[in-house]
Design a protein around this ligand. Sequence first.
Ligand code: PLP
Length: 408
Amino acid sequence: MARVNDNFLKLPVSYLFTDIARKVNAFKATYPDADIIRLGIGDVTQPLCPAVIEAMHKAVDEMAVKETFRGYGPEHGYAFLQEAIIANDFAPRSIDIQPNEVFINDGAKSDTGNIGDILSLDNIVCMTDPIYPVYVDSNAMFGRAGDIVNGRWSNIVYVPCNAENSFVPPLPDKHVDIIYLCYPNNPTGTVITREELKKWVDYALSNDALIMYDAAYEAYIQEEDIPHSIYEIEGAKKCAIEFHSYSKTAGFTGVRCGYTIVPNDVTAKSAKGERIHLNELWNRRQCTKFNGTSYIQHRAAEATYSPEGKEQVRVTIGYYMENARIMRQALTDMGYNVYGGVNAPYIWLQTPDNMPSWEFFEKLLNGPQIVGTPGVGFGPCGEGYFRLTAFGERQDCERAMERMRNWL
Ligand code: PLP
């Protein structure tokens, strides 16, 4: 008889955002006229910028003509996009990336989830807590996370990030092999300084560990001297894989395009003790399990680097960051302890009187009719916190703050 992968049975029955949608739908069924403001899920609301639309139209027209039609693309993605990435995202920061180190994908979720394919099951995995749930769940699916005991996976080493440590992740107090870092952070909206990131790179180099660095929100960094890439830190090209996405940078959540950097110098050991280049393994994995993202998506992503594209993307990010500023200010004025929202489109607030985050969710839905995301959904250390996103429409952010003020 066929057997399932039992690791899937250990996962919580539904995904965080499915639970939220269920609760919101139930509320809507009871109060059909409710005017709910949704600041929960991290999806964008502004349309694609004109430079991207123009590039996509052009690419569609090329697909309609025999001479310019494209079928399967190159395994790593088209060279024109790899070159644009290197020239715009890395060269200006004096980071040397080779085209074969850039793997174009259909967004960061797939690769952050799939990267574990090329790594042994007995690696000890470390995550900052709270964190983007995909890293935890995908490791659980592989069988690397152990079992859930009191809300925590038994084999994962959690590194707490909370107000007490100013959201600066302490190094793990025991040996770990794989470390997931996400900066700017989802859900806390906080960033990591160069000095703190260097501690992690140094840890990885001296402990033969690997860092999975998710830079999906790097375009939101506003302050000087915050690293946009882990490769700004010396030695990181020997120990880190980095994930990027056009989803939040340029509104590609529905278009689907991103890329992963797997440097040629990153290695891990085989069972026989040989050093294996992960770039070669990942290439082998992708050639077998992934057939690329479309030519049209490539051209769309490339357009974000044209002078007009860059300016248009900058304006949209500015719009979201102004939403973040408005919400951060309003919530602070109301007396909440508020984090994030300066270099990231996420506001992370402490619930009043340590209220459990699902209870705060219910109160906010039933009172001012605002939907946010309970912090505990991102990990045990998210308990007592709540995430609001700045991806909404300006007037919705303003209305939400007005309602919260009146609710108080
Ligand atoms: N990484 C982080 C930290 C995210 O928050 C998200 C999406 O919310 C992703 C990756 C996934 O992005 P993509 O749309 O590129 O799959």
